[in-house]
Design a protein around this ligand. Sequence first.
Ligand SMILES: [Cu+2]
Length: 124
Amino acid sequence: MTTDMRTTMTLVLAGVVGLCGMMRAQAQPAHARVVEITAKKYEFDARKIEVKAGETLELHLTSLDAKHGFECKDLGVQKVTFEKGKPATVTFTAGKPGTYEFKCASFCGMGHGKMKGEIVVTPR
Ligand SMILES: [Cu+2]
């Protein structure tokens, strides 16, 4: 094998390895930061969740009592419900900077309307 050929092969090999690495990075979802949120009648323990634009959050929703819900339409988070012993997970990537209200999306009693909080998306 000539030196030229060896160099070419090394380059090709490096290219293939590099490509595989890139493909693997694309196949996996962006690294998500986990935020634990606990709900009970009638509040979420996290009133304010801060996130950077473009950052992906994985919300772990746990209820201490009734069936509650979580929804933040303006950020594209559709309604999910969770109850005691049956937590739920929601993953979303924050878009434009701003303040977005989230709320309990499952009627849980007298104070249901007060179960709100905000997600603040800050610029990168
Ligand atoms: Cu509720």
